[in-house]
Design a protein around this ligand. Structure first.
Ligand code: SF4
Length: 470
């Protein structure tokens, strides 16, 4: 993964600042509760939701088990259809490939369809370093870009902003990126959408190169699929002369038949819609129709390592619907930025530490960014057992030497429990000195801030037992 988010503080510190921001909390609460209620309604309409969920899980698991075979099939199909496939082991390689492809066209700007993979690798920054400007065309991504901000939600990257903030941002910054916002811009959704439409339209009509991601790649035909709600994706995928798609290898599915399942579960889980508004599919190139050159950059960037972990690999089933974010009590309060990754919320807490490893402070803290309530697992349309992976990753962090104080405490406790005489003496001593015990022993502030330590009894239980029951 790129290092654009690394160096961020661990989750508890980043979350603390967010929790003390009442505007952010109000924005998040309103948005997540609205989406989650609608999603629940849309899902309840289907009698066979559980079967669809199970089918999605099985398709993904099967594909991941045979990923090598399906990727080769995909490469052959894309090549047959006139596309060119590139393999990128990591972010640096993917960025170098895309930069070289854009440079080969002689262009200095590209339009982008919302893509988590390109955010993951820090493509915009890499292109900028090469003198190429990337314009985001998804409305929420545009808001993030104009605000020199970071996305905070998978589906609604600007969920942390309200309408008033967006109006001010458009009025202040749009002119720096192209067509300015209209005079007298209000904060009504229609006005804001019109301002974005006018601003983006110029870019669509001018751009010769587009960069996209994909929601799915169908191995049998080499077809890529993008689901979006604004039509900006379709403009990017059809108008430019060159299309470059950067896609994680786990987005592969074997057949069109498999797509049928996800085209039902993804819209209902993400935007609570029965059917997706714009579903674009393309297979290589076609004379006289759409881009003349198509490049597919297949991105690994930690996915093969994740695949090797028997428990953690289920995170690769994710179809990025964001349902788990919208029900997560931790996300609702902390917001997406605290996760220090383009993948926030419960899925980010298990995916980022696997893609990036758990050596940085932020990645080692992410598996703990959960109350393990299980709401994320209940709503996941591909049945990823997020709590199971969180606990698994906590073990990994502990094994690599994290939480030394707890480890030392457990070692001491284990030795004491192995020596009953020492335990009994310790209990008596603790009981006799209990009045002198501090309410908050040193080093326990985080725990005792919201809890009271239980009071010690005047007499240890074993002594009481010996006196009364023997
Ligand atoms: S983990 Fe499941 S619920 Fe969360 S974004 Fe991925 S598919 Fe959706």
């Amino acid at each position: 993964m790129s290092d654009i988010f690394l160096g961020m503080p661990a989750f508890p510190r980043a979350a603390k600042a967010a929790v003390h921001n009442p505007t952010l909390r109000a924005n998040l609460r309103h948005a997540t509760h609205t989406i989650r209620t609608k999603r629940a309604r849309a899902v309840a309409e289907l009698d066979d939701w559980d079967r669809l969920r199970e089918a999605g899980r099985r398709i993904k698991d099967h594909t991941l088990r045979h990923l090598d075979t399906y990727l080769e099939q995909l490469e052959a199909a894309v090549t047959r259809a006139g596309g060119t496939v590139h393999w990128a082991a990591d972010a640096a390689e993917a960025n170098a490939i895309v930069t070289a492809l854009v440079q080969a066209t002689g262009e200095r700007e590209v339009v982008k369809v919302k893509s988590m993979a390109t955010q993951e690798i820090g493509l915009n920054e890499a292109l900028e370093a090469a003198g190429i400007t990337a314009y985001e065309t998804d409305l929420a991504e545009l808001i993030v870009q104009l605000g020199d901000d970071r996305p905070s939600h998978i589906l609604v990257p600007a969920i942390h902003r309200n309408r008033g903030e967006i109006r001010d941002l458009f009025a202040r910054t749009m002119a720096d990126w192209g067509r300015p916002a209209p005079d007298g811009l209000t904060d009504t959704p229609a006005d804001l959408a019109e301002a974005a439409r006018l601003h983006l339209r110029e870019k669509f009509l001018r751009a010769k190169v587009a960069v996209s991601g994909a929601n799915f790649m169908v191995a049998e035909t080499g077809t890529l699929v993008v689901l979006e709600s604004e039509g900006n994706g379709r403009m990017c995928l059809t108008l430019p002369e060159t299309l470059i798609s950067v896609v994680g290898i786990e987005k592969t599915i074997p057949t069109w038949r498999d797509l049928e399942v996800f085209l039902q579960t993804l819209p209902r889980s993400s935007t609570a819609e029965r059917m997706n508004p714009y579903t674009s599919m393309w297979t290589g190139t076609t004379d006289g129709d759409g881009p003349r050159a198509f490049h597919l950059v297949l991105l690994d960037n930690g996915r093969t390592d994740t695949l090797a972990d028997e428990v953690g690999r289920q995170a690769l089933r994710c179809i990025r619907c964001s349902a788990c974010l919208n029900v997560c009590p931790v996300y609702e309060r902390a917001g997406g930025h605290a996760y220090g990754s383009v993948y926030p919320g419960p899925i980010g807490a298990i995916l980022s530490p696997q893609l990036r490893g758990t050596t940085s402070e932020i990645d080692a803290s992410l598996p703990y960014a959960s109350s393990l309530c299980g709401a994320c697992y209940d709503v996941c349309p591909v049945a990823i057992d997020i709590p199971e992976v969180l606990v698994h990753l906590r073990e990994r962090v502990a094994d690599q030497g994290g939480h030394r104080l707890e480890q030392a405490a457990v070692k001491v406790a284990s030795w004491v429990l192995d020596h009953p005489a020492v335990l009994a003496a310790g209990e008596r001593l603790a009981a006799r000195t209990r009045r002198a015990h501090p309410a908050r022993p040193p080093g326990t502030k985080a725990w005792t801030e919201s809890r009271d330590l239980p009071e010690l009894p005047a007499e240890p239980f074993r002594d009481w037992w010996r006196k009364n029951r023997t």
